[in-house]
Design a protein around this ligand. Structure first.
Ligand SMILES: [Fe+2]
Ligand SMILES: [Fe+2]
Length: 161
């Protein structure tokens, strides 16, 4: 009998990335993002997942040395602001576009233990809109770029994925 080894396509880092994403996708607190629309008909939960997958794909294509766990956690929580920004453009933290990384980082930090790198991925993902909050790690740059790409697709296309 031929044995199919699906796992042979994945290396150790891939497995760590997949397991970290899976764990977060099943978390009831992360699932709250399903209730909010990000762009078009895409929820914040799906947006974060797509940013996460694109950021990891960029890292693989460019053969970049990254921490897969930090990338997965930072990307999955980068928009963990937990409100409908279409109804609430102004928040106690300020104008949504500029302030939501601060809100998301605080919510994420209050919900999960986060490393300095993971906090940086979240808080700096809106650069260059947030002029002084510049990505400081490879993982943060990947999420920042993947976020722009996914946001544009979601805003402009009827079926972005
Ligand atoms: Fe964002
Ligand atoms: Fe985003």
């Amino acid at each position: 009998m031929t044995e199919i080894k699906i796992s042979s396509h994945f290396d150790e880092k891939d497995i760590l990335f997949i397991n970290t994403v899976k764990g977060l996708l099943c978390d009831s607190r992360v699932k709250k993002m399903k209730s909010f629309t990000q762009h078009g008909n895409i929820s914040t939960y799906d947006h974060c997942l797509m940013v996460c997958l694109y950021a990891y794909m960029y890292a693989k294509r460019l053969k970049l040395k990254i921490d897969p766990k930090a990338l997965a956690r930072g990307a999955m929580l980068h928009d963990f602001f937990l409100y409908d920004w279409h109804k609430q453009a102004f928040t106690p933290d300020g104008l949504h576009g500029f302030s939501h990384p601060v809100t998301a980082e605080r919510n994420a930090r209050n919900t999960f233990w986060l490393s300095k790198k993971e906090r940086g991925i979240i808080i700096n993902h809106m650069w260059p809109l947030t002029l002084t909050r510049i990505p400081t790690s490879t993982e943060a740059w990947l999420v920042c770029i993947a976020d722009k790409y996914c946001s544009a697709k979601e805003a402009l296309m009827k079926k972005p994925y």
